[in-house]
Design a binder for this molecule. Structure first.
Ligand code: ATP
Length: 200
């Protein structure tokens, strides 16, 4: 597909929930979190570069990347963090674009939590924000994960503000209501996207 919709939203906003409704309609999803793991999986070019740079003790005994060790190595170390980002960001970007290109649906949904923060909105034709209040973000994230209010607040604080995201997004799904209200909104956006990408 040549038409890519970038789907984003803060922690606990409902990106996965919304993306799955598009998938039910036959839209192919390309998920940044999955691609980020793929580019450092055993046998990958990314993992080879990390081992060359940090040494083989950055691996677990099963050959997988030791993520907590890597986090320690880049924590408080700008030079190492920049090196890692310089390796991973282009790899993730290229892999995602390749998957979008190969996808056999009329258009593709790229699910990217930090779409605006990392400038990936420049790679897509249209942006869709799943929007809820910070209060609901905290409530729903705490109900889903074993995290404290403080941890959720820190993550919200590290992401673009609600106002910034609202001002940048082409389309917005308000997910402050019931999950059952989402289907109808997704159907309407699907019709719009099919129209825009020229397939209806
Ligand atoms: P993250 O980026 O943190 O992984 P996300 O944006 O993908 O989150 P989801 O996992 O889809 O968000 O939703 C967060 C939680 O809120 C989930 O447990 C989900 O079931 C729940 N949820 C989503 N939408 C609603 C809703 N409208 N009402 C109540 N709960 C909801």
């Amino acid at each position: 597909a040549d038409f890519i919709v970038g789907l984003t939203g803060g922690i606990g906003s409902g990106k996965t929930t919304v993306a799955n409704l598009f998938a039910d309609l036959g839209v192919v999803l390309v998920d940044a979190d999955i691609v980020a793991r793929e580019v450092v999986s055993p046998g990958s070019e990314g993992l080879a570069a990390i081992v060359k740079h940090f040494g083989a003790d950055i691996l677990l005994s099963d050959g997988n990347l030791d993520r907590s060790k890597l986090r320690e190595r880049i924590f408080d170390n700008d030079e190492e963090r920049l090196w890692l980002n310089g390796l991973l960001h282009p790899l993730i970007r290229e892999t995602m674009l390749k998957k979008c290109k190969e996808a056999q649906s009329n258009y593709v949904i790229m699910v990217v939590p930090l779409l605006f923060e990392n400038g990936l909105d420049r790679l897509v034709q249209r942006t869709l924000l799943v929007d809820i209040s910070p209060q609901l973000q905290q409530q729903r994230t705490m109900a889903r994960d074993d995290v404290s209010a403080k941890q959720v607040q820190n993550i919200i604080g590290s992401q673009a503000t609600r106002a910034e995201k609202l001002s940048k997004a082409d389309d917005v799904i308000d997910n402050q209501g019931e999950i059952s209200a989402l289907k109808c909104k997704v159907d309407a956006l699907n019709s719009l996207y099919l129209k825009i990408c020229g397939n209806t």
